[in-house]
Write a protein that binds this ligand. Structure first.
Ligand code: NIG
Ligand code: FE
Length: 404
């Protein structure tokens, strides 16, 4: 008996790889043991998997079925928020000035150091609920509001505990090098990250990736290289916040060290795009950050022209307070001028590449993870066309309906 059949969808739209979006009119998906067993026209799928015989069924008449969204870049575990800084920024304050004055990331660091692990777990679970409601079935979460070994470990343990209590699949990233703490210099702090934090994170198997904020006034290219190389030595795969405000050379460093992804890339040049493409680094664009900071968006068309597929992510954090991949898709189209087909691929299969999930996560094909969303739109184009609302209705994680 089949575990779940989703049938009579006006469309099943799924990328098969980075270059194609396959659309099946009047489509259906069958899932068994958490894995997709059939995708195709309803008539064909239901012949082998009749809904009336399945353990569970979803009638998706008039709706669109897509793979579950993958959010490959968030800073979702923290305490407090910074709504007042949001107002100050609208009043003309600058993100980097706020950080230089001990606000911004450093303020969230103080609140997160003061918070218990239990509080962080509760906060994160609440964020996961919102993410899931907007279709995210796999999410990457970074540490980086501790800036000391004890709090970085507390954050990563909180991520692990929340992951165990929520249907969303969670990929943990260590980001001790997220900012320079107030009591020290960048060089001295990089010593601490490399000598104390990376080893304890790796020994306790608390993260899969190691990330660094390579930016003017934060960590230089050389400092970032030290952090990423220390991570690699300890089995943590490199990721990097690159070329967000200044073109410091983060994208080139990502190519050099063979990073899994390079993220932000607002200042990247054609040469950077090419270097990333040649090195097989997945670029991750974060339109929500540009939207809330009212800066220019990353140049998605430059990647498209070079045939380098990009991922998109929410970058959910106290500075960019949106958990919604639906909204990221809206902005990819309405802001960065990506086509709906590109945006869907960027939010699914390419986003999975950005966190090294190349096992079919982000696609609906036989053998892939049984993660999907049913959106109350007649076709995938309507997703960003009808922007700013919750189109996602039903969410299926590993073959189980986790939202109806
Ligand atoms: O990706 N740029 C650095 N890190 C985050 C912001 C974190 C924060 O402001 O709390 C980002 O945008
Ligand atoms: Fe970030």
């Amino acid at each position: 008996m089949t575990d779940l059949v989703v049938h009579d969808a006006s469309q099943v739209a799924t990328p098969t790889d980075d270059s194609e979006l396959v659309v099946i009119e009047d489509g259906a998906v069958a899932i068994d043991d958490g894995v997709v067993t059939a995708v195709g026209p309803t008539e064909e799928v239901t012949r082998d998997h009749p809904p009336e015989n399945a353990t569970d069924a979803v009638d998706a008449t008039g709706k669109t079925v897509l793979p579950g969204f993958v959010d490959p870049h968030t800073h979702a575990v923290f305490a407090g928020d910074r709504a007042d800084e949001f107002s100050a920024k609208l009043d003309g304050a600058d993100y980097q000035d706020i950080l230089a004055e001990g606000g911004g990331i450093l303020r969230t660091v103080r609140a997160t150091r003061d918070a218990s692990r239990t509080r962080l777990v509760e906060n994160l679970l609440a964020q996961f609920d919102v993410m899931l409601a907007h279709g995210t079935t796999t999410v990457e979460v970074k540490s980086g509001y501790g800036l000391d070994a004890e709090t970085e470990v507390k954050m990563l343990e909180a991520i692990d505990e929340a992951a165990g209590r929520h249907p969303i699949d969670v990929v943990p990233t260590f980001m001790g090098a997220h900012a320079v703490p107030e009591d020290t210099s960048a060089d001295e702090y990089v010593d601490r990250v490399v000598d104390e934090q990376v080893p304890v994170v790796a020994e306790n198997d608390l993260a899969e990736f190691c990330d660094v904020f390579c930016e003017e006034g934060v960590f230089s290219v050389e400092q970032s290289r030290r952090v990423l190389e220390a991570g690699t030595e300890h089995g943590l795969k490199p990721k990097i916040h690159a070329d967000e405000f200044e073109r410091l050379g983060g994208a080139q460093l990502a190519a050099d060290v063979g990073a899994t992804s390079a993220d932000h890339l607002l200042q990247s040049t054609e040469a950077d795009v090419e270097a990333l493409g040649d090195a097989g680094v997945t670029p991750v664009l974060l339109p929500g950050t540009a939207f809330t900071l009212a800066t220019d968006y990353a140049d998605a068309s430059a990647f498209e022209a070079a045939d380098v597929p990009v991922a998109i992510a929410t970058d959910f954090n106290p500075n960019c307070y949106s958990q919604s991949m639906e909204f990221a898709i809206d902005l990819a189209c309405n802001g960065m001028r990506m086509t709906p087909a590109s945006a869907v691929r960027s939010a699914t299969v390419t986003a999975a590449n950005a966190i090294d999930r190349t096992d079919g996560t982000g696609t609906l094909r036989e053998g892939a993870l049984g993660d999907l969303v049913v959106a109350d739109v007649p076709d995938y184009e309507h997703l960003p066309y009808n922007f700013g609302v919750q189109n996602v209705q039903t969410v299926v994680k590993r073959g189980e309906v986790v939202r109806r």
